[in-house]
Ligand binder design. Structure first.
Ligand code: NAD
Length: 245
């Protein structure tokens, strides 16, 4: 089997879990990582998520057969743009992990050259309120949908190659148009986050004048607000990149 070099930018929950999942079925692959903070970079090296790690995104890009951008959406777009100035391998596959797809796909189609690189949007649909390399879990994507959103830079072989690289995730691969992805996830994922956060906010304000609120909040309230614990920065980025839906 042909060995590959996979470069994962962002060694957080998603990037770290992807690294573990890829290594599970492809221990011979070289997995390189970028992370801006020392903390997740060091944890990723200590836990063996990656073989080498850098704090300089440009450093490993030229070595990669596949580049996976697993950073917040705004930063994903910034990295797509910056890749145009880097000496990449011919036909490198670039993909991402962002929770919304239309803006990322549009950026790839605007900035990247289809004669030089391949790009397919990706959304591994599993996660948690935890973050960082410390939370990486090889089983995170078990039976989860792993969505591919094709672009004008996706060749016939791009998605089959990605599926082969990602077999160790044990995920269920699905292909869908980026705009449709954003509408559906807006309905069943993004809007529920707005509801949960709003309910927490309202109950928090109410509790200031009604001290029994906290004591009476029980199972129903907990079920409705569990996801309000999610990382607010990431969710701001998701909501702002899917305003219309
Ligand atoms: P995380 O907080 O665990 O990791 C984010 C990573 O991005 C970290 O390595 C952090 O250092 C890096 N990062 C953040 N801002 C950066 C910046 N400005 N420049 C460079 N690096 C930066 O978050 P995560 O859950 O792994 O999310 C990563 C991506 O995966 C996001 O695009 C998110 O939308 C997507 N996603 C998240 C979930 C989830 O439930 N957590 C599920 C599916 C997809």
């Amino acid at each position: 089997m042909e060995t590959k070099t996979i470069y994962i930018a962002g060694l957080g929950l998603i990037g770290g879990s992807l690294a573990l999942g890829i290594k599970r079925d492809h221990p011979d692959y070289e997995v390189l990582g970028y992370n801006r903070s020392d903390k997740s970079r060091n944890i990723a090296l200590e836990r063996g998520l990656v073989d080498e790690a850098t704090a300089n995104f440009a450093e490993f890009a030229p070595r990669a057969d596949v580049i996976i951008l697993a950073v917040p959406i705004k930063q994903t777009i910034a990295f797509i743009r910056s890749l145009t100035d880097m000496p990449l391998k011919d036909n490198v596959i670039i993909t991402d992990a962002g929770s919304t797809k239309a803006e990322i796909v549009a950026a790839a189609e605007t900035y990247l050259d289809p004669s030089q690189v391949q790009f397919v949007g990706s959304h591994p649909m599993a996660g948690s309120h935890k973050s960082g390399a410390i939370a990486a879990d090889v089983n995170l994507f078990e039976n989860a949908y792993y969505i591919f959103t094709p672009t004008s830079l996706t060749r016939e072989t791009t998605i089959p190659q990605m599926k082969e690289i990602l077999t160790g995730l044990h995920a269920r691969f699905v292909q869908i148009d980026a705009a449709e992805h954003d509408r559906v996830t807006g309905q069943v994922s993004h809007f529920p986050h707005i509801l949960a956060a709003s309910l927490m906010e309202q109950a928090g304000a109410y509790a200031k004048d009604h001290e029994l609120t906290n004591r009476f909040a029980a199972g129903g309230f907990r079920d409705m607000t569990r996801i309000a614990e999610s990382e607010p920065g990431m969710w701001t980025s998701i909501l702002l990149s899917n305003k219309q839906a």
